[in-house]
Write a protein that binds this ligand. Structure first.
Ligand SMILES: [Zn+2]
Length: 190
């Protein structure tokens, strides 16, 4: 069993897997406050508490967003914070523990743009790792605006409506998953 001293949670960990740099380790067990150890448990190297046995499973974060149309134009939000500050993306956010991805996507859309959106289908599920907040998956839905008044709120500074000819250039789009989905939409898909 390999053992390694724990490091502060914000240090650059030397453990890498598939190019993903893992962060957010626990120095102490969040259940009983014993110092955590590195062990090989459940088929991988993980942190486990030597006192109560609690295992730190590093789950993916789950985000959800909607590629929504209004009058043939796609709704994009310009971000006021990093990652992707000043760039455009689909209104989206992290799914809360007590809601479904669909519910989270609709809620985030309303919170960021003031618009009510109705989901019409699933577009894509994308894995990402280049995010300082941790690796995750983005669940991207297609949808349409059904009400509300556009107004940038929360971490969004501008709400924009873009026709297929008007969508921002690739380097003005915040996330790779968004760039790919927008390109498909531009070419007539959804
Ligand atoms: Zn413990």
């Amino acid at each position: 069993m390999q053992k390694q001293s724990t490091k502060p949670s914000n240090s650059n960990c030397d453990e890498k897997d598939h190019g993903v740099q893992f962060k957010f380790e626990y120095k102490y067990c969040p259940m009983c406050a014993t110092e955590m150890e590195w062990r090989h448990v459940f088929g991988a190297r993980r942190q486990q508490c030597p006192n109560c046995g609690w295992v730190h499973f590093r789950n993916l974060k789950v985000g959800a967003g909607v590629l929504a149309e209004r009058d043939g134009k796609v709704v994009l939000a310009r971000r006021g914070i990093n990652p992707g500050k000043d760039k455009w993306c689909f209104p989206s956010g992290f799914v809360e523990y007590n809601e479904s991805p669909e519910t989270g996507a609709v809620r985030e859309f309303k919170e960021e743009t003031g618009l009510d959106v109705e989901i019409t289908g699933l577009l894509d599920v994308v894995y990402y790792s280049a995010d300082f907040r941790g690796a995750g998956i983005m669940v991207l839905y297609g949808g349409k605006v059904v009400g509300g008044t556009p107004m940038p709120m929360d971490d969004v500074v501008e709400v924009g409506f873009f026709s297929r000819n008007e969508i921002p250039a690739g380097d003005e789009i915040a996330f790779e998953s968004n760039r790919i989905a927008l390109e498909k939409w531009r070419n007539g898909g959804k």
